[in-house]
Design a binder for this molecule. Structure first.
Ligand code: DAH
Length: 339
């Protein structure tokens, strides 16, 4: 009996010490100490032991049970601690590791340029306004003195929705909407999207942006127009640029002009950038046509005004020296990241 006990004890201790999981440890506890366990079996066979030996053997069984229980408990504790340590190790946060950076976007080059232009005109006391992209023929053409037979009204140039409604081809429509409000004087710029039935190439797109300008007040003259746009060009392209006003025709201004700015790359001597011209064309402008004023109910004998329109993409391409307009629309991050 004594030997049997000793054997159970040794076997149990050996197995407990080399156990590798909590489940296996529990199984062992059941196998040795459980109701049908090996140690219980020994107790059950006490009846075969000589009566005088029973107390001694009983004592031995109890001692062994106690020793095994202690061994089980301490093994359990060791394993629990190991599990916790392992978990802690896994969950450790290294605060010195660099985080996952979010890629921050930024404004599109056209928006950067628009901000510059807006800042310049806001600095001169202008208001920034807007008008609808889907527009009545009336605002886009008729009220701007553009008669029914004008080539700009051709379907090849204009996206019509029906005979009265179209996608505006110019921001000049906002001039009429502002003047119609009847609040004078007016000092506004109106940036916005315009549409033309053009094929895509390096300088054309069916959708692009313009910035319209309009001033209406008593005593406004061509000198105000020249001074304003000359100042704009100096603030936008650099203080050394000169401007040139070339006579031109727009139906809604009289007189009308196109403005060239001396090449800001070569100072006007002529280079590759200005194609040897020394001048770069940038915008259209003129004095608001008296008939346009009359049509919105403003007395041209009391009020005069000037207007101008400039392409936002054109300004962007010039300022950043980009040679293909399509780059602005392709949404290629490798390109956009540079601004
Ligand atoms: N709307 C004209 C265009 O799209 C540009 C323009 C020219 C606007 C002269 C004006 C202006 O306000 O006075 O070609």
């Amino acid at each position: 009996m004594r030997e049997k006990l000793e054997k159970i004890r040794e076997e149990a201790l050996g197995k407990i010490r080399s156990v590798d999981s909590m489940d296996a440890l529990n199984d062992l506890r059941v196998a040795f100490l459980g109701k049908k366990g090996q140690l219980t079996d020994v107790l059950k066979s006490m009846k075969d032991v000589a009566p005088e030996d029973r107390p001694k053997i009983g004592q031995m069984v109890n001692d062994t049970r106690k020793e095994l229980e202690e061994c089980f408990d301490s093994m359990k504790k060791t394993m629990e601690e190991a599990l916790i340590n392992e978990k802690l190790k896994k969950e450790v946060i290294d605060v010195t590791l660099p985080g996952t950076r979010r890629v921050l976007g930024h404004e599109h080059p056209c928006n950067l340029i628009l901000k510059e232009v807006e800042d310049i005109f806001i600095g001169m006391g202008y208001e920034v306004v807007s008008g609808p992209e889907i527009e009545y023929d009336h605002y886009n053409f008729e009220a701007l003195n553009i008669p029914a037979n004008h080539p700009a009204k051709d379907e090849q140039d204009t996206f019509y929705i029906n005979s009265e409604i179209l996608l505006r081809t110019q921001t000049s429509s906002v001039q009429i909407r502002e003047m119609e409000k009847g609040v004078l004087p007016i000092r506004m710029i109106a940036p916005g999207r315009v549409f033309r039935a053009d094929e895509v190439d390096a300088t054309h797109s069916p959708s692009f942006h313009q910035i319209e300008g309009l001033v209406v007040d008593k005593g406004i003259t061509f000198a105000d127009l020249k001074g304003t746009l000359d100042e704009f060009c100096k603030l936008f392209f650099g203080k050394d640029v000169r401007t040139k006003f070339r006579p031109h025709h727009f139906p809604f201004t009289e007189p009308s002009a196109e403005v060239d700015v001396s090449c800001f790359k070569c100072g006007g001597k002529g280079c590759r950038f200005c194609k040897g011209e020394g001048w770069i064309e940038i915008l259209g402008c003129g004095m608001v046509h008296p008939h346009v004023l009359e049509m919105v109910g403003i007395d041209p004998n009391e009020y005069t005004g000037f207007a101008f329109g400039v392409g936002l993409e054109r300004l962007t391409l010039l300022k950043y020296e980009i040679d293909d307009m399509r780059l602005l629309y392709e949404n290629d991050l490798r390109f956009l990241k540079q601004f």
